[in-house]
Design a binder for this molecule. Sequence first.
Ligand SMILES: Nc1nc2c(ncn2[C@@H]2O[C@H](COP(=O)(O)OP(=O)(O)OP(=O)(O)O)[C@@H](O)[C@H]2O)c(=O)[nH]1
Length: 333
Amino acid sequence: MNEMGKKTAADAELMADKLRRGDRRALARAITLVESVRSDHRATAQILLNRLLPDTGKSVRIGISGTPGVGKSTFIEAFGKLLTGAGHKVAVLTIDPSSQRSGGSILGDKTRMEELVRDPNAFIRPSPSGGSLGGVARRTREAMLLTEAAGFDVILVETVGVGQSETTVAEMVDVFLLLLAPGGGDELQGIKRGVMELADIIVINKADGDLKAAASRAAAEYKGAVGLMRAKSKNWRPKVLMVSAMNKTGIDRLWDTIEEYRAARGVDGELAEQRKEQAVSWMWSELGDSLMSRFKAHEGVAAHLGKMEADVKSARIDPTTAAEKLLAIFLGK
Ligand SMILES: Nc1nc2c(ncn2[C@@H]2O[C@H](COP(=O)(O)OP(=O)(O)OP(=O)(O)O)[C@@H](O)[C@H]2O)c(=O)[nH]1
């Protein structure tokens, strides 16, 4: 190892020690490091993650999705406070791919959770900005490992329903919550079937005051729909619960249901298996992303790409042959 490599390893070791002791500033710095695209930062980040791997995995990983207006912030605040009140350490991470376009994040505003943000047993980190959904997801996934190593035992990964982000979140958590609010009438209309199928627990928020009756109707409708869907696991049928984030009712039952879910699916059984599969598919998607970016950056490929695309468009060459030719250039054949 050269001098620079030694320094990188030493930096990572120091940071790992601080993190294991639960140092919040070190945690924030470590997350900034994994979010960086600078190659020296990436190198340190990778050493850090590998050092900390044995300290990760001991949390309950919960995904939360819900479109704007359903009351996500109010809900996470109420849920988070309930958990810290019960002695848990809660990290809130977000995946918001829209932040790369707007420059600002829909979910990034920390003031959305006024009490939780001041809670010493909570850690809130907005979505990394910039890059593809895959890039944003990788950084959030790594942030999740770091918060686990720092002793957080419940990780909430929230996302707003933009594009594929729900699927991405579902692929990094143990349990996926879909947060909904009662609407006016035909509840199932607006919601994509694919998103419903991801949900392990459907949470109908705003079951209070004038909206209570509508929430009950919505719950009945979703229960019916869930009954018709094919189950993701033979040991768990998705449940529908009603809560009021505003009045903080039903939230404790939700936590009980999450515990039930974990028991039913087996933390050391089916859920452990799910995590293993998630890790392997993460490796493959990393490999895909990194191969593709190397491919596009390859000089020979770059020189031919424009013409090849034009030829495909004008049907001078068929797409399969074009792909084969570009691949041959990349592989130097
Ligand atoms: N009646 C009622 N209103 C609620 C409840 N939870 C949230 N709201 C209201 O719904 C609106 C949206 O809530 P937010 O918590 O900002 O949630 P959101 O719109 O999903 O926002 P983001 O989390 O920022 O995406 C606000 O006016 C809240 O006061 C609830 O349990 N009952």
